[in-house]
Design a protein around this ligand. Sequence first.
Ligand SMILES: Cc1ncc(COP(=O)(O)O)c(C=O)c1O
Length: 922
Amino acid sequence: MHSVTDYYSATQLRADRWSELREVTAQLAREAPAKIDPTLRSQASELFDGLAEIEAYWAFPGMQVFDHMRRQFEHNSFTELSYSVHRVARALTTGAYRRRHIPLDHDSDDREEHDDEALLSPEVRAMTKPYFEVLIVDEVSDAQEHWLKANVHAMRRAEDPFIYEALVVPSVEDALIAVLFNHNIQAIVVRPGVTLRSKSDHPILARFLEGVAGTDKLNDLQTKDYGPALCRLIDDVRPELDAYLVTERSVEDIAGTELGICRRVFYNQEDFMELHLNILRGVQSRYKTPFFTALVNYSKQPTGVFHAMPISRGKSITRSHWIQDMGAFYGPNIFLAETSATSGGLDSLLEPHGPIKEAQELASRAFGSKQTFFATNGTSTCNKIVVQALVRPGDIVLVDRDCHKSHHYGMVLAGAQVCYLDSYPLNEYSMYGAVPLREMKQQLLDLKAAGKLDRVRMLLLTNCTFDGIVYNVDRVMEECLAIKPDLIFLWDEAWFAFARFNPTYRKRTAMRTANKMRARFKTEEHAEAYAAQQELLKGADTETILNTRLIAPPTARIRVYATQSTHKTLTSLRQGSMIHVNDQDFKGEVEQAFHEAYMTHTSTSPNYQIIASLDVGRRQVELEGFEFVQRQLEAAMSMRRAISTHPLLKKYFKVLSLAEMIPSEYRESGTESYYDPDRGWIDMLEAWEDDEFVLDATRVTLGVGGTGWDGDTFKTQILMDKYGIQINKTSRNSVLFMTNIGTTRSSVAYLIEVLVEIARGLDDLLDDASKMERLGFERRVANLTEKYPPLPDFSRFHDAFRADNVTSEGDIRTAYYMAYDENNCDYMDLDGSLQHALDAGEEVVSASFIIPYPPGFPILVPGQVISSEILAFMRALDVNEIHGYRADLGLRVFTPEALAAQTPQKRLTAAKKLTSNKTAAE
Ligand SMILES: Cc1ncc(COP(=O)(O)O)c(C=O)c1O
C-alpha cells in the first residue's frame, strides 16, 4: 500500500487504494482457500484499514456496504468480495454510480459495459441528471441514520432536475474533512446533534483539518452551538456550497448570528420536502446559465435574417460550393447560435439588461466581486479598460515593469506618469521574480516626501506571474494603504482565475482579500491595533517604516480591481476574460468613466459564443471548480515528485523549487520546496499563510540547462517537433510546464515517459561520444548553467520626460508619440555606435519598447535611458526574438535635438497645466 505521504490529495489516495484492493481481492479469489498466502491476506486487511479511515466521507458505496465487504473478507467469501470490490472500484473510475444504482451481488444481471462515462456520447451525458451528494451533520445512531437517508430518498420526484445521495457524519471536524475530501458534496444540512471533534485521528485527516480550520480556530469556538460555527468555517473553505441549518433554538437566538454559507434556517426539524426543494433550488441557482440558455433557445427559433452576418443560421455556408468543409467541421449549432442581433431573448454586452447582465451577476457571486464585467477580447483589453477608467492624464501609477505589455500600452493611452517597480531578478534562470513590498513602500514614501502622494492613483501588479510567483496580496494592500489610504489596486490575475476555487490559493486572490479587508477594517481590534501602531511610529524614520509591518487606517478605502483571462485557466473560449471590481467608490466615482472606457475598448460585435462559454465556465467552477483545481494540483504535484525522484531524470533536469525561485528573505516560513524525496509532501500551507511570496504549485519550471539545449531549442526541436508536447514559456535554460484543470494523470505520465526517453537518448549519446564531443557538451551545459548575463534593472526616464528628478515617474506617453515623427529618431547598432556613445558617457534614450523573448517583458520603454547594463544584457542575449529591435537597422533612439526640444520649460508648462486642471476639477 502506498504511504499517505506519497499523496497530495485524499481523492487520489482513495482511488488508488480501491484499485489496489481490487487486485488483491481478485488474487485471493483465485487461490484455493487452503493455499491463501498470508501476506496477501494482510495486504487486503491493511487496505481495508486504510479505506475505513476515509470511506465515511463518501456516499458511495457507503459505510454499510463497506462494512459488509469487510465481513465478506473476514469470512473468507473471496469470490463474492472480489466481485463487489471490482464493481465498486469500477463504478468509482467510470462514474457509473452517479447515474444509477450499482448492484454489488454476484447474481445481479448488470451490464457494466455501459458504465463508462467517458464512452457515452456528449448528448447522452447531457441528458442524464447531474448527481451530487448532501452532507448531513448530526450525531445519530445507525437506525437514525438509516431513517434520515430513507427520508431523503422518499423525497425524490421524477421532475427533479438533479439526483442526490446523502451521507451522514457526526461532527464539525468530520464535516470539514468531508467537504475537503468529497467534491461531490454540494449542500450541507447541519442538524442539532452536531458535535465538535472527530473520532478519527488519522494523520492525513489531521493534515487536512489543520490546513482549513487550523486547530486554533476550533479550539477557540466559544459556543457549544456548533451549527452556525460550522456554516462559517465552511464559508472559508468552500464558499460556493449551500448549508441549511436545522435548529431547535429560537428565531431570536439565531437572528443576528453570522451564518456563513447558511442559506436557510429550519425551525421545523422534519420538513424533508421543504429541505429537498431548497437543496435543489440552491444547486439550480449555480447550475443556471442565463446567457448560454438564451443562446440555445435563440438557435432553435425560426428567424428570417435581415441584418448583417451571412454566416448566422449557416446560410452562406450551406449554399456554398466551396466552403462546405467549414460547415462539416463545426457542425450546425455554432451557426444557428450566431447572430448580430441583440433581440430574440439575447442581450447586448455594451448595455446589458437581460441574460448577459444576469450572467455577469452570477459571475460576480462566483468570484466574490461586487461587480463583474465580461470581455470578449482578452485580459489585454480588460487591463486597458481598467486603466483608462481610473487613471487620468498626469496621475502617478506604480507599475511592475515586467508586467504584460497591455499595461504599458494602457499607460501610454491614459497619459499616466509611470513609476516602474523592479522585480527581484533570478539571474541564474534569466527570469524575474516579483516586486518586493519594500520596493513599493520605498517608492510611495519617496513620493510622499516629494509632496506628490495626492497624485499617486494606482498600484498595478501581476498575480501570479507567468512563472508562478504569487504575492501576499493582503499584506501588500494593507501596507500600501497605510501610506496612501485611497490607493487603487489593479491585480492582473490573467493566470489566476482558478485560484478562487482552492481554499489555500483563494487567500491570495484580490477579491477575497478585498472582502476580508473590508470586514477587518471595521472591527474594533483593527482600530486599536492601528492606533497603537501610530503611537509607536510617531517620528519614525523611513528605515523604521520600511521595516515595520504597517497597519492601514480603518478609514482606508478598499478599491480593488482584478482582471482574469478565464480562457487561460478555466473553461472558456479563447479571449474570454473578466474584470472583477471591489471598489467602495465605484458607484460614486468610477461607474460612468468605467462605462466610457468599456465602450472605448469593446467591439460593437462581441462574440456571443465567448460570452456563452464564460457563463458555462462560471457554472462549472461553482459546481466542480474545487474538484478540478484539486485534481490539477494533484497532477502537478505528482509531476514534481516523479521528476525529483527519478534517478535518470535527476541527471539532466531539475524542477526549480521554492528556494530556487524565491530568495530566502521572502520566505519567512523557511519552506524550501513542496516535495522532498526524503520527507514527502511538505505542507504548502505555512508558506501560503504569510510568506511574502509563494510559488504556484500548478506551474512546474524545469531547468533543462543540464541537457545542453537552451529553453527555446528544447521547446521547439525536442518537445514539440519530436513528441508533440506544447508549452509556451521558456527561459535561457528552463521550460515551464503549466498544468490546467484539464490536465490528466495520463498526460503527466506521458510527459515523464518523454523526459525519460530524452534522458536515455542523452545517456546513449554521451556513451558513444568522442572526447571532443563530450567537451562540447560540457561546454554547452556550463554556458547555460554557469554563465548568465545579469538581468538589468529599470534605469530611468530621461529628464526630457520627467517633471523633476526627485522621484522616478516619467511621461511615457509623450515619449511614445514623439517617436511617431521620424525626424526625432535615429538608429544605433548595439556593437558599434551605441557602445561608443555609452563609452563616451553620452545619454542615449530609447524611442520604442524593446521586448526580448524570452524573458518577454520590455527591457526598454520609450523615453528610457539606455544603461550599460541594459546594453550588456542585450548583447549577451542569445534569443531569436527581440520585439521592437530591427537587426538590419539597430536600436531606435531619440536624436539629441529631439530630446533638447523637449525643454524643461515645456515640461514645466505641461506640469502646471496638469496641476491647474486638477485644482479646477476639485
Ligand atoms: C500577466 C498577463 N496579463 C495579461 C495577459 C493578456 O491576456 P489575454 O491573452 O487574455 O489578452 C497575459 C497573456 O499572456 C499575461 O500573461
